[in-house]
Design a protein around this ligand. Sequence first.
Ligand SMILES: Cc1cc2nc3c(=O)[nH]c(=O)nc-3n(C[C@H](O)[C@H](O)[C@H](O)COP(=O)(O)OP(=O)(O)OC[C@H]3O[C@@H](n4cnc5c(N)ncnc54)[C@H](O)[C@@H]3O)c2cc1C
Length: 441
Amino acid sequence: MKEKKKIIIIGAGLAGSEAALQAAKRGINVDLYEMRPEKMTPAHKTGDFAEFVCSNSLGSYDTCNASGLLKHEMEMLGSQLMPIIHEVAVPAGNALSIDRNLFSSKVTQIISNNPNIKVIRKELKDVPTDIPVIIASGPLTSDALSTSIKNMLGQDYLHFFDAIAPIIEKDSIDFNKAFFLNRYNKGSADYINCPMNKQEYENFYNILINSPKIELKSFEKDAKFFESCLPIEVIASRGIDTLRFGPLKPVGLIDPRTGTENYAVVQLRQDNKSASLYNLVGFQTNLKWGAQKELIQAIPGLENANIVRFGVMHRNTFINSPKVLIPTLQVKNIPHIFFAGQITGTEGYTESIASGLLAGINISKYILGQELVELSRETVLGALTHYISGDVQSDFQPINSNWGILAPIDADKKIRKNKKLKNELLAKRALDLLQSISKNV
Ligand SMILES: Cc1cc2nc3c(=O)[nH]c(=O)nc-3n(C[C@H](O)[C@H](O)[C@H](O)COP(=O)(O)OP(=O)(O)OC[C@H]3O[C@@H](n4cnc5c(N)ncnc54)[C@H](O)[C@@H]3O)c2cc1C
């Protein structure tokens, strides 16, 4: 009997799960190593695969948004996780949000039942050298494996900090003050809004800027934060109104009781299918837990909030991809080693799944002796992989989907200045291109 081709994937997170299903779909045997629950990371809570560690939102699903377009690109490339995401989606206006526990348990079940995937619940401490591998061990890669990767690449790691937002029980919210509404009244009313007048906002702000934070260890003191996911206390430290123009902006939220916009609004997003839990949007934080409770309970409507998960902050590790990767996600000069997920410096849930998708396709092609896929910068996924593996940048930082990294469109100035029209054209160009190549993928 002909022996089947085999690969190893390290990490059954978002990228590793998608990659494993891609390879299995192509008839490749996968040994999938996952260290949880035997060895947990500081952020994961379960032993299930593809766990969403913080927010339950994947952002927009609109093709006129770069992250939304990326999701459509992934669907065209045959993503295995996207259909499960739709199955477990919870109402969230224009965004795609999910019941995270249901999602992880479904992914775990599907992977565990796949005859081509052998799940090995064990920490892999060394990068195997004699077999094709995808390293998808995430921003919280275990120490032993981190050392092995560092030795293999001959490069130091880079890192930044990411924080998690608290989750509260819906039953503990006072709906005499809070109200359901989506910004600009779009779609059904999915978000819970806690309105603040000027005095309430200033009280909240004063508590926030005087709240004690969890001390960083000395080696973490020069840490960088990811700019689009800053802890709320860092945003507040930039001025009294930064929150009102950021996560607490009241724009487009007309209070049904007064018919006017409030001074500031705290939004809560549904966190599970049964709608018993809600997370605080933009409230990722590193405050001490007692201080988090005081702060949250200073928000009108949340005076008796029952917090089921507090915010915490974690160090995220990523490799210096511009120095070590090529756009197929292979290591330069070590073509049988691939990287996928947040460890490559693509930031975000959607981006992690997307790079797992590409790595899963490419490692399969590699092993089957076929030409690997290098997506062009006309697609969001291609733009991301070219960005991280591009010319060496002096200060490489993680990147999430955005229009700025795509190849510019060839259109006249008038169109290029019309943001909506320009994005529509960029989206059409990407989807047309993928349509033409998806058959060969
Ligand atoms: C604290 C925090 C909050 C975040 N919040 C958000 C957010 O709100 N929104 C967002 O879009 N993105 C967020 N991210 C970023 C990113 O989207 C997630 O980290 C995402 O899970 C990354 O996917 P991944 O597959 O690369 O890694 P992971 O999903 O972390 O998967 C890696 C897997 O590898 C396993 N592993 C590690 N080392 C080993 C080993 N040696 N052997 C075997 N298994 C191993 C881990 O247990 C884990 O299951 C956050 C990240 C962190 C750390």
